[in-house]
Write a protein that binds this ligand. Structure first.
Ligand SMILES: [Cu+2]
Length: 110
């Protein structure tokens, strides 16, 4: 009888742990991917959380950058990727240094 009670308790605890993993609170940072193709950032706007990795995948045969005026810059070589870990202050617009018409926006959600 005592053993049965213990088993039930363990089941409940196990269920709570599963809920914690699948629940709305995200335990791990994720990677948000932007395709850079035909002189455009796709999608143009992304939403991330601080700590997420932003990854630009360059499918063009020439170099691009993700550049913030007066701020940071990520090089995105042809056929390669550039990454940045999103910071709380990254709620911002960026452009490409070589093709200033290329624009993107990062929204940082709480
Ligand atoms: Cu460019």
């Amino acid at each position: 009888m005592t053993a049965l009670l213990l088993d039930r308790r363990q089941l409940l605890l196990g269920g709570a742990a599963l809920l914690a993993i699948g629940g709305p609170a995200r335990a791990e940072a994720s990677t948000v991917r932007i395709t850079v193709e035909k002189l455009a950032f796709v999608p143009e706007e992304i939403t991330v959380r601080a700590g997420d990795t932003i990854e630009w995948v360059n499918k063009d045969p020439f170099a691009h950058t993700a550049t913030v005026k007066g701020g940071w810059e990520v090089a995105i070589p042809p056929g390669k990727t550039g990454t940045r870990v999103a910071a709380a202050g990254d709620d911002i617009e960026y452009y490409c240094r070589f093709h200033p018409n290329m624009k993107g926006r990062i929204v940082v959600s709480a």
